[in-house]
Design a protein around this ligand. Structure first.
Ligand code: SIN
Length: 558
């Protein structure tokens, strides 16, 4: 790899990192340790990230063989959960290098929970063949990791090794020819530019595309939109994971004064033995899958949706029964193992040691994203991506639980290594479903979908492109999105000073790309489930020509 030319006044190479989840924080620290001049931008505070809310943990096989577990088993579980759609090379890298980056986290002050013998306490989650989930603070793993990394970043800032730009919203990638050479960002109402040798996107996901999500409000597809506008290839966008157990706020909970943010009930709770029941109190998962509540996440979410539809209550909810855990493990276990969920359910007026928790699927994690190779390199020179915004192919069509923090770590570190010109071997990766040349399309817009609003977009996506989809619903969604896009023009960089308008445009663009990809894949696979699934992929010309792709009058290519 060609070494970047130094652009910083100091003469050091400069890496601009956008996003402060696990991938952005960890990569920034590693790069700073290697002597790179790091500029870290985050659109909110450092703690505003999906990482911060992660409960269950981070999967890793630490010593091989750990009791009953091997790296090979972790690889096999990841491939199986991914429904045969993973990039096996990426999975091998993820699982074999996990221990190296767990040690890296510990070096930056992250402490995982230990068992009574002083060994790491390992949890079990769905579709894992052995307990291998490291956790911190019981069910506050993300906060534990983020807080430690943030402390390390602030210390690096204090010594001038990282320049931190908080509340700085990246609005565009600066390009010289095709090469990315910096970012434009809004700060205090002013548009500013920072230049560097390369940009690493670590902006996270896009749960705000849907009406119900486990993601915080910052998850608005920003990195995907920035990269797409710069001409980067994207892939696997039809695969959006819905977590089966997001707490549903009953009227009573909505009136309570407690935290009204979405509340994920971690898969680790089912790993400890909780079961799902319907409004009649009947356990339904065993009738659908041999692994019942511990089936892969896409299976459980889809089963909940199909079961509710069969009961004639498609917009209803089911219940998580965690009482069985206390029966088996003794009073006080839930409070000790899951202190955050215990507190939050209590605030919502539910005592989960004695009551059922109402739950339903909610948008959680995007398997697709900006295509990268095994070193975080996108198809645009000077642009790297890592974490949820990226698509290494490691998550396939359905991510295995607790592999997301791990992906951000391993591939965030690999991107930094590539930037430094380290041990880069070439990997052709997988073909992508989008190329820079095929980025634009023409939709026959719905005459009047109503004025665009984020709420309307989220409702549309939930109704037409959610857990269950049909070609007709996707066609309708595409047409409504096209009508909004004709006004908002999300394919262009907006000059608005209101940061929310940038997010709206990013969400609209991401929704169009997701719907287009879902429309093109006519066969159900993993998290992409079509009620009208075809036995085989239809030939390209069979796709409704209202969705035809046309070469894009390039925004970025010279
Ligand atoms: C959970 O704790 O259930 C979420 C963890 C993940 O998404 O992997």
């Amino acid at each position: 790899m060609t070494k970047p030319s130094a652009t910083a006044a100091s003469g050091r190479h400069r890496l601009i990192v956008v996003g402060s989840g696990i991938a952005g924080l960890y990569a920034s620290l590693l790069a700073a340790d290697a002597g790179v001049d790091v500029v870290l931008l985050t659109k909110g505070a450092l703690a505003d990230s999906n990482t911060y809310y992660a409960q269950g943990g981070i999967s890793a096989v630490l010593d091989e063989p750990s009791p009953g577990d091997t790296v090979a088993a972790h690889i096999a579980d990841t491939l199986k959960a991914g429904a045969g759609h993973c990039n096996p090379n990426a999975v091998r890298v993820l699982c074999t290098e996990a221990r190296r980056d767990i040690a890296g986290l510990e070096r930056f002050g992250v402490r995982f929970d230990m068992d009574d013998d002083g060994d790491p306490a390992l949890g079990l989650e769905a579709a894992h063949s052995a307990p291998r989930i490291l956790h911190a603070g019981g069910d506050a793993t993300g906060a534990g990791i983020a807080n430690a990394l943030i402390c390390a970043v602030l210390a690096a800032q204090a010594t001038g090794r990282i320049r931190l730009l908080g509340h700085a919203r990246t609005t565009a990638l600066v390009q010289s020819g095709r090469r990315v050479t910096g970012v434009e960002y809004l700060h205090d109402g002013q548009l500013k530019t920072v230049r560097g040798d390369a940009v690493l996107l670590a902006t996270g996901g896009a749960g705000q595309l849907f009406a119900q999500t486990t993601n915080p409000s910052v998850a608005t597809a920003d990195g995907l939109a920035l990269a797409w506008r710069a001409g980067a290839a994207v892939a696997d966008l039809e695969f959006f994971q819905f977590h089966p157990t997001c707490m549903v706020r009953t009227a009573q909970a909505a009136e309570s004064e407690g935290n009204q943010d979405p509340l994920l009930i971690s898969e680790a709770v089912r790993g400890e033995g909780a079961i799902l029941v319907d409004a009649d109190g009947s356990r339904f998962m065993p009738a659908y899958h041999v692994d019942a509540e511990l089936a892969p996440r896409d299976v459980v979410s889809r089963t909940v949706a199909l079961h509710l539809a069969a009961l004639g209550d498609p917009n209803g909810h089911v219940y998580l029964d965690a009482r069985v855990i206390e029966d088996a493990r003794g009073a006080g276990f839930l409070e000790k193992r899951f202190p955050t969920i215990s507190k939050r359910t209590r605030e919502a007026g539910i005592d989960w040691t004695r009551e059922l928790v109402p739950v339903a699927p909610a948008a959680h994690y995007w398997m697709g994203g900006v295509s990268t190779d095994l070193h975080g390199r996108t198809t645009v020179p000077g642009l790297y991506a890592a974490g949820e915004v990226a698509c290494t192919g490691v998550q396939g069509a359905n991510r295995l639980a607790s592999n997301s923090l791990l992906e951000g770590l391993v591939f965030g570190r690999r991107a930094v290594e590539a930037f430094l010109g380290g041990d880069v071997e070439s990997d052709p990766g997988r073909p992508t479903n989008s190329s820079p040349e095929s980025h634009a399309w023409e939709f026959e817009a719905t005459p009047d979908p109503g004025p665009f609003s984020r709420g309307a977009l989220r409702r549309l996506m939930t109704a037409n492109a959610g857990v269950l989809r049909t070609g007709g619903q996707l066609r309708e969604a595409g047409a409504a999105l096209a009508a909004w896009a004709a006004v908002v023009r999300p394919e262009k960089v907006t000059e608005a000073e209101d940061p929310r308008e940038h997010e709206d445009a990013n969400l609209l663009l991401a929704a169009q790309l997701l719907v287009l990809a879902a429309r093109e894949r006519r066969t159900s696979l993993g998290a992409h489930y079509r009620d009208d699934s075809m036995p085989d992929e239809a030939p390209a010309e069979d796709i409704d020509n209202r969705y035809r792709m046309t070469p894009k009058a390039s925004l970025v290519h010279d």
